[in-house]
Structures are given as structure tokens and as C-alpha cells.
Design a protein around this ligand. Structure first.
Ligand code: BYC
Length: 483
């Protein structure tokens, strides 16, 4: 492999492995965008801690064997760079009508609008998540968690840079306008919200943050995998490198929830609580009861399912036919990669019941990706339930049925229980507090969110991680707080 592309040039203001120093026009456009980005970071990035030294990893190479360096950095000094995975020689378009043709190095004119839309949607989610999480530093349960939050935040910032690079380099003037719009929209803003539903929701507390990084970042993983298959090679290479960073974000979610469940089980055991559903007794221990964890899980899983769009979608079919957005693990699937005569069982609402019906596989691609996502989500459930059963409790966390609490697609106009049983509006209104967090649940969790800033110490409701970041010892000072 070519060393130039592996190692990142840090001599320019914007670190990169795309030879920006010889691409004056794009470099100039990006340098023009940079001050607006820093303004956005200062306004909408983490609230406080901007002068603190944070033990962060920064990508210095795209070599999978060693790509990051850890060091203390002030967040505004983080080197947000443009990093693409190395170009695969003679790469071919792996699906769709152009199957087997050489991958595009420039935007194919006929698919320009479609490509731009996908890049903009992807780009829009990145700053949105930083905005949603900006207040969480103030209530971090430990310095370890505080550091992980900031690591996720700076990398989402880098992912925004990644999409902005594509817009600036390949889409000319309207690309530059879209890049500016990405800094203008705001999560939850009435007039100018972020583009997708889940990115306008609140992330009110740390349990939500862990659920978000487990469930919503995992949608990111699935979408990035699909875009990594793209016949537009720069998009493919960009997404491939983003996936390297994304793994840590989901690790933060999965281990975060594991640690919450662990602490709850430990506290129940110590206090001799035998019934995990005895909410009052469990809450009195200063930990989050399992039924409330289940409600948070129900909420974040269902919000994340909405990010896959409608079950039946011509947008998805067009993007696949065009060779722009593929399937999860496209190149490993054994078929013709064109899906002309194939079908896929899609869940539909038929006479008041959810049923699988065969649909043309091309229009069912969102459903298929969502099914792949659900399978990927199950893994965490197994891990968390192992913690519960090892502690001797008879309680299982479970994914709700996909019909439950939906705002997009086939089931957006009906109500259902987490078991997938359709119910009327009145029943929903009466019982929804059993299934998604109520105001009281939120208030209880909020009451636990007191910051812990002593190295090696953790809040009452979460256990210590098994290992440190970069193998650091338990009492490592991940953030040197400067106020
Ligand atoms: N909210 O054919 P349809 C991440 C719109 S997360 C609002 O059903 P399609 C991250 C849709 O735009 C991954 N609107 O859907 C995670 C369309 O409107 P128009 C982000 C929605 O297009 C954590 C209409 O409904 N990346 O990276 O097949 C932290 C009909 O659309 C929603 C991507 O999503 C919604 N949920 O699929 C940080 C990848 N759903 O255009 C980062 C790119 C649908 O007719 N996006 N609509 O006015 C896509 O591939 C697709 O656009 C979607 C929708 C999956 C989003």
C-alpha cells in the first residue's frame, strides 16, 4: 500500500491524506469553512470543559494496524482531519445497474442530486448528535465517562468534516452552500431542525447517552456500511474510515449499559432485594431499576428504527440501481447484486395485523437493512441479560416489537404494545407510561445525575469499567478539568 495515503499530512491547517496541499481550490474552500465550524463548536459543542485537557485519540494514519495516538488535548485544538481509507486498485461497482464497471472517481452527472442528498443527510446527523449531547459533561458519572463523551463528540465533528470535504470537492457551489447549511441547522430547533427525527430528540441524561450510542450510532454503522459499498469511490473510502472510529462509539454504549445493569444488580444483591420489579425499593438504593432501563431501551430502539425510512421505498431502490447505496456486507452476499427478480418479506399492516408479505427486493432494501440492524442489536441484549442472570435475577431485557412506537413507515399511524399487539389511542394514552419513560422516570434519573470528578471514582448508579482507555489504570486522570 502507498505510504502517502496511509499517513496523514499534519503540515496544513487541515490534516489530511488526500493531498490537500496540492488541491488549492478545495483547501481554500475548507479553510473558508473552518472558522464557521469553530464558531459552531464553541456555541453548540460541549458546554464547558473547552479549556480542559482531555486524554483523546487522534487519527494519524489509516492503517488498520495502528491509526490513532492518545494524548492530552484541549478540544478546540483537536486536529479535525480528512481521512479516506486507501484506494483499492481497480475497484468495481459492486451492485446495481452498473455492476462490474469501474468505480467512479468523480460524481456521475445523472446521480448527482441523489448522491448529494445522501451525503447531506449523513453529514447532518454528525453535528446534530454533538448538539444533543452538549450539556452532558456537567453530569458525567466519572472522568472516564467524561472522556468517552468528548471522544465521541470530537469524532462526530470529524465525520462532519468528512462529509463537508465531499461536498466541497465534488459538488462545487451547491456543495459549498450545503456545507454552510450543515452549520446552520440545529437539533430540536423549531425553524431550522436537523433532518432526521431521532436527531431532534433530547438526550436528557447519561442512560440516554448510552442508549443513543448503542442504538442510534448503530444505525450510523449500518448506513455507513451501505454507503461504504458505494460505486462513488471517494464516498466509499470516507465511510470505510469513519467505521473505524464508529466502533468505539458503540463500545461506549454497550459497555455503558452493561455497567449500569451491573451496578443495579450488585446493589439489589447487597440489599437483599429479590424482586427487580420492586421499583421503589430499587430506586431507594440510588440505582436505576431494570424496568426503567427497559423503557429507555424501548424508546431509543424505536426512534432508531425510524432512521431506516419506509419499509417500501423507491428512493432506496433508485439508490441501489444507481450503484450509490448498497446492502450491508454487499460484497459478501452471494447473488447477482442486481435483485431484478428477487423478493423480500416486508412487514406490513394488513387488516389491522402486522404480517410479512413478499415485495420486490429492490424496494424492500430499507426493510432488509433494518432487519440486519435488529440482528446486530440483539447482541447487546444477550450480554446485559447474562449480567442479570449471573446475579441470580429472573428478568430479561428485550427489544420491543418493530411495530411499537413508530413515527415513520408502515406503522406510524397505529399504536402497539412492546409485544406488537395493536391497541387503540385511549389504551395507548393510558398505558404508554409503562412502556416509554414517564416524566417521573426522567425526574428520578435526573436526580442521580450528579457529577463525579475524582479520578477513579464513579457515581452511585454505574459500576467501574473492566479496563481503562489505552490500558490506563483505574485512577487515571482522563480529563484535567480547568474551569
Ligand atoms: N426522519 O423512501 P423513504 C449516523 C423522509 S446515523 C425524517 O421512506 P429513504 C449517526 C425521506 O427523507 C445514519 N424524514 O426513505 C448516528 C423522504 O423525504 P423526501 C445517518 C424521513 O429515502 C449517531 C421521505 O421521508 N445516515 O450516522 O429510502 C451519531 C420518504 O423516504 C425519515 C443516513 O441516514 C426520518 N427518520 O430512506 C452520529 C444515510 N425517514 O426526500 C451519526 C443516508 C425518511 O421524499 N440516508 N424520511 O422529502 C438514507 O439512506 C435515507 O435517506 C434514509 C431514508 C434512510 C434516511
Amino acid at each position: 500500500m502507498n505510504m502517502n495515503i496511509m499517513n496523514v499530512d499534519y503540515s496544513t491547517k487541515i490534516p489530511n491524506n488526500v493531498n490537500l496541499s496540492e488541491d488549492r481550490q478545495v483547501l481554500k474552500a475548507l479553510e473558508g469553512w473552518h472558522p464557521g465550524y469553530i464558531d459552531w463548536w464553541n456555541d453548540m459543542g460541549p458546554d464547558g470543559f473547552q479549556q480542559s485537557l482531555v486524554y483523546l485519540r487522534t487519527a494519524y494514519s489509516v492503517d488498520p494496524r495502528g491509526w490513532a495516538k492518545f494524548d492530552y488535548v484541549k478540544m478546540p485544538d483537536y486536529r479535525w482531519g480528512i481521512l479516506l481509507a486507501p484506494q483499492e486498485e481497480n475497484r468495481k461497482i459492486p451492485f446495481g445497474e452498473h455492476y462490474g464497471e469501474p468505480a467512479w472517481q468523480e460524481v456521475p452527472g445523472e446521480y448527482r442530486a441523489m448522491l448529494r442528498r445522501l451525503v447531506v443527510i449523513q453529514g447532518d446527523t454528525e453535528p446534530a448528535s454533538v448538539e444533543q449531547q452538549r450539556h452532558l459533561g456537567k453530569t458525567a458519572p466519572s472522568l472516564y465517562d467524561l472522556r468517552n463523551l468528548f471522544q465521541v463528540n470530537v469524532e462526530e465533528g470529524r465525520h462532519l468534516w468528512a462529509m463537508v470535504y465531499l461536498l466541497q470537492k465534488y459538488f462545487g457551489r451547491d456543495g459549498r452552500e450545503e456545507a454552510d447549511e450543515l452549520l446552520r441547522r440545529r437539533s430540536g430547533d423549531e425553524d431550522s431542525p436537523r433532518m432526521l427525527g431521532a436527531f431532534n430528540e433530547k438526550t436528557p441524561d447519561w442512560l440516554s447517552f448510552f442508549m443513543f450510542t448503542y442504538f442510534t450510532d448503530r444505525d450510523g454503522k449500518m448506513q455507513l456500511h451501505s454507503l461504504a459499498q458505494s460505486g462513488f469511490d471517494p464516498l466509499s473510502r470516507t465511510c470505510r474510515f469513519m467505521l473505524t472510529e464508529e466502533a468505539h462509539h458503540m463500545f461506549v454504549g454497550e459497555t455503558g449499559i452493561t455497567r449500569v445493569v451491573q451496578r443495579t444488580c450488585d446493589a439489589m444483591k447487597e440489599a437483599g432485594v429479590t424482586d427487580p420489579a420492586d421499583i421503589a425499593k430499587v430506586r431507594a438504593l440510588g440505582v436505576i431499576d431494570l424496568p426503567t432501563i427497559q423503557k429507555k431501551l424501548n424508546l431509543h430502539y424505536s426512534l432508531s428504527l425510524d432512521l431506516f425510512g419506509s419499509e417500501v421505498s423507491t428512493n432506496a431502490a433508485n439508490a441501489f440501481n444507481a450503484g450509490i447505496k448498497g446492502r450491508y456486507h454487499e460484497t459478501q452476499i452471494q447473488d447477482d447484486h442486481q435483485l431484478k427478480n428477487d423478493t423480500y418479506p416486508v412487514l406490513k399492516l394488513i387488516n389491522g395485523e402486522a404480517k410479512r408479505v413478499d415485495e420486490p427486493a429492490l424496494t424492500a432494501l430499507n426493510m432488509r437493512l433494518r432487519d440486519d440492524y435488529t440482528q446486530d442489536c440483539v447482541k447487546g441484549m444477550l450480554r446485559w441479560n447474562k449480567v442479570i442472570s449471573t446475579a441470580g435475577y429472573d428478568y430479561k431485557l428485550a427489544l420491543p416489537n418493530v411495530v411499537f412506537h413508530r413515527a415513520i413507515g408502515e406503522f406510524k399511524d397505529v399504536h402497539a404494545t412492546p409485544d406488537g399487539i395493536l391497541i387503540d389511542d385511549a389504551t395507548w394514552a393510558k398505558r404508554k407510561g409503562e412502556w416509554v419513560p414517564s416524566t417521573e422516570d426522567g425526574a428520578f434519573i435526573a436526580s442521580l445525575m450528579t457529577p463525579v470528578t475524582e479520578p477513579g471514582q464513579f457515581a452511585s448508579w454505574i459500576s467501574a469499567p473492566k479496563v481503562g482507555i489505552d490500558n490506563k489504570p483505574g485512577d487515571f486522570e482522563y480529563v484535567k478539568i480547568e474551569t
